[in-house]
Design a protein around this ligand. Structure first.
Ligand SMILES: Cc1ncc(C[n+]2csc(CCOP(=O)(O)OP(=O)(O)O)c2C)c(N)n1
Ligand code: SF4
Ligand SMILES: [Mg+2]
Length: 317
């Protein structure tokens, strides 16, 4: 019987004289295959758009040769937020709406990782709405992919902040009367430095956006339309050419550094455009904090830990 280990066993080249085995460099290690990184079988409904996002995350891991110890997948609560369960690596299925603060801590303390956060429209913009705004303005280096299905799926069809006016749900039997938020406008105005939009029905485009987001030095936000076939079937048909809709990419002459132009693009009627709306450079909180840490370390150079502590206590006297 063969045993499948949930991690990669690194081939080593030993030095026969010293017995020391230098590890392979990251570049020499082979990329993980989907089989090596897929965990439990996803419990989503057959046909759920979230399957496609997960498959493309696996593809990204394989393509960019991200190894087990570097994969960090964080989520809140919801169908989409079950995501980290299905990835064989590090991650957390965290508290409802609190995925971003948790991921921020990881990002700030482990600059060698790129943290990916996945979640739903309810998790991101209802209970987690404040955290979304603050993570964006702080420009914390991580990628947040919101799998927007315009509904609360896990709790079986309540109105979400992105549900369109008139949407009939268990909380709005008469049809939603509350003006929906526009995730793209919200991300731009909150201060996100990378804002993109994609849809689960266009796999190549999802992967393209994930790669660009990962390469961005700052808070990168992706709104990924992801259909809930159980409670909002057909929501995104108008954006799917296979259902008679239109998938239009961001116009070639769009200047991604122009905030006002990005905001205007975000205001287009559905199905709107897909691609990178906004991308700018601003110091990350990671870089700002690293500067403070290194300047403090310089000041206490040569001191033992207890002496640094003593100094701090003395300052409080
Ligand atoms: C503190 C708290 N409030 C409410 C809930 C119930 N709840 C669980 S998931 C969810 C909404 C999920 O919607 P969304 O984020 O859009 O995810 P989806 O299931 O649609 O992917 C709610 C209200 C909860 N688990 N915890
Ligand atoms: S309820 Fe909707 S969002 Fe949840 S798994 Fe099923 S199809 Fe996907
Ligand atoms: Mg949802």
């Amino acid at each position: 019987m063969s045993l499948t280990l949930p991690f990669e066993v690194l081939p080593r080249t030993g030095n026969l004289n010293t017995g020391l085995v230098p590890p392979l460099s990251d570049a020499d290690r082979k990329g993980l295959t989907k089989k090596e990184v897929a965990a439990d079988h996803p419990t989503w409904c057959p046909g759920c758009g979230d399957f496609s996002v997960l498959a493309l995350y696996f593809k990204l891991i394989e393509k960019r040769k991200i190894h087990h110890e570097k994969i960090t997948t964080v989520a809140g609560i919801g169908c989409s937020s079950r995501f980290p369960y299905f990835v064989q690596a590090h991650g957390a299925h965290y508290i409802h709406g609190r995925a971003l603060p948790f991921a921020s801590g990881i990002s700030l303390s482990r600059p060698d990782l790129h943290v990916f956060v996945f979640g739903g429209d309810g998790d991101a913009f209802s209970i987690g709405g404040n955290h979304f705004n603050h993570t964006a303005r702080k420009n914390i280096k991580l990628t947040y992919c919101v799998m927007d299905n315009w509904v609360y799926g896990l709790t079986k069809k309540q109105t979400s902040p992105t549900s369109p006016l008139g949407f009939k749900s268990k909380t709005d039997g008469w049809g939603s009367m509350d003006h929906p938020i526009n995730p793209m406008k919200q991300a731009i105005s909150a201060g996100a430095t990378f804002v993109a939009r994609t849809t689960h029905t266009n796999p190549n485009h999802v992967l393209q956006m994930m790669e660009a987001a990962m390469d961005h030095d700052g808070f990168s936000f992706i709104e990924c339309l992801s259909e809930c076939v159980e409670f909002y079937e057909g929501a995104f048909d108008a954006s799917n050419p296979r259902k008679g809709g239109a998938f239009n990419t961001v116009p070639a002459d769009h200047d991604v550094t122009d905030e006002a132009a990005a905001y205007k693009l975000a205001g287009e009627a559905f199905p709107g455009s897909f691609g990178i709306f906004y991308k700018t450079t601003r110091a990350t909180k990671n870089a700002n904090e690293a500067k403070i840490v290194s300047s403090h370390q310089e000041k206490v150079k040569g001191l033992k830990d207890w002496q640094i502590l003593q100094k701090n206590f003395d300052r409080l006297k």
